[in-house]
Design a protein around this ligand. Structure first.
Ligand SMILES: Cc1cc2nc3c(=O)[nH]c(=O)nc-3n(C[C@H](O)[C@H](O)[C@H](O)COP(=O)(O)O)c2cc1C
Length: 285
């Protein structure tokens, strides 16, 4: 805060999103192969989760249309998202330099290539969190970005990380946050940041039937099961169940369909338990 809350309008210039807008983002190194099988690596931060369900987990990515990474992804349909820890920021920045096509940037860093499990481009050993992806769709926005929607074929992490609770996992991974650049030259990152945790507590009566907003008829037992779903994910489950029932040609959501969807989408007790508060009696110890 400057202490002065009077507002001023800022001119929107090219690269406004990094030069002026502060937009903290996860830094990722994408590894790809070109049509001749040569490795390419470069950092990208325009990457977000796109579909949260486990059946079809996807990421959406934004690229300059002429970057080697984008061209390779269009040519081969495969890429790997590697998240480096803050100990490797220098190496990550090295991969951002404008090397000619065919140069493997990783050879100019301390990173070690390892085989990926489900795709051909290599993964990076020193990255604690990795997503191996295939292309589902690409969009070319005129004179602008290339947008890629990638399907996650495998999530791979350093052994033991998944068993840590989130606070410990954040510390152990020590992922740098990208804070943007100035003039495409000076890149800012945040490392070893302090974290704050807030519990999003359920409102009073959160489990009441009236909280469920349904758009079609539900059988009583299916509705009762819906009420067991924690409020944080109940809307998502309602929408999924109704589309699933409609896809199958049903006019109402039956218990049989609801159970089929739950099994199909991996919504078992372990899934539901993750969204229950620590004080919920149904929470497993
Ligand atoms: C931290 C960081 C994040 C970046 N994020 C993106 C991005 O999301 N999209 C993009 O097109 N370029 C991004 N860049 C720029 C590319 O990494 C850079 O243009 C690189 O040279 C492209 O390499 P390639 O042609 O081998 O793919 C980023 C650079 C850095 C340093």
């Amino acid at each position: 805060m400057t202490g002065d809350t009077t507002k001023e309008e800022i001119k929107i210039r090219p690269f406004w999103y990094s030069d002026i807008w502060i937009f903290p983002k996860l830094i990722n190194i994408i590894t790809t192969l070109d049509a001749e099988g040569r490795v390419n690596a470069a950092p990208y931060s325009f990457i977000m989760q796109y579909d949260v369900m486990s059946k079809n987990p996807r990421m959406i990515l934004g690229f300059r249309q002429d970057s080697h990474t984008y061209l390779n992804i269009c040519d081969t349909g495969e890429f790997v998202i590697n998240c480096p820890s803050a100990d490797y920021i220098e190496d990550m920045m090295e991969t951002a330099r404008f090397y000619p096509a065919g140069v493997n940037e990783l050879e100019h860093t301390r990173f070690t290539m390892i085989p990926s499990r489900k795709v051909k481009p290599p993964s990076i050993l020193e990255c604690p969190q990795i997503a191996e992806c295939t292309v589902e769709e690409t969009y070319e926005l005129p004179k602008s970005n290339g947008i890629v929607i990638g399907k996650i074929e495998a999530i791979v992490m350093d052994k033991g990380l998944k068993d840590l609770d989130r606070g410990e996992r954040i510390k152990a991974m020590n992922l740098p946050l990208g804070l943007g650049d100035e003039s495409r030259r000076y890149y800012y990152h945040s490392v070893n940041y302090d974290t704050v945790m807030h519990e999003l507590a359920d409102p009073p009566d959160a489990y009441r039937a009236s909280d469920a907003v349904t758009s079609m008829e539900w059988d009583t037992d299916a509705l009762q099961s819906l009420m067991q779903i924690p409020p944080g994910v109940r809307k998502l489950v309602t929408d999924q169940a109704e589309s699933f029932a409609k896809e199958k040609g049903d006019e109402r959501v039956t218990m049989a369909r609801f159970t089929e969807l739950a099994e199909d989408a991996g919504m078992d007790e372990e899934f539901l338990d993750r969204f229950r508060s620590k004080s919920d009696p149904r929470k497993r110890a």
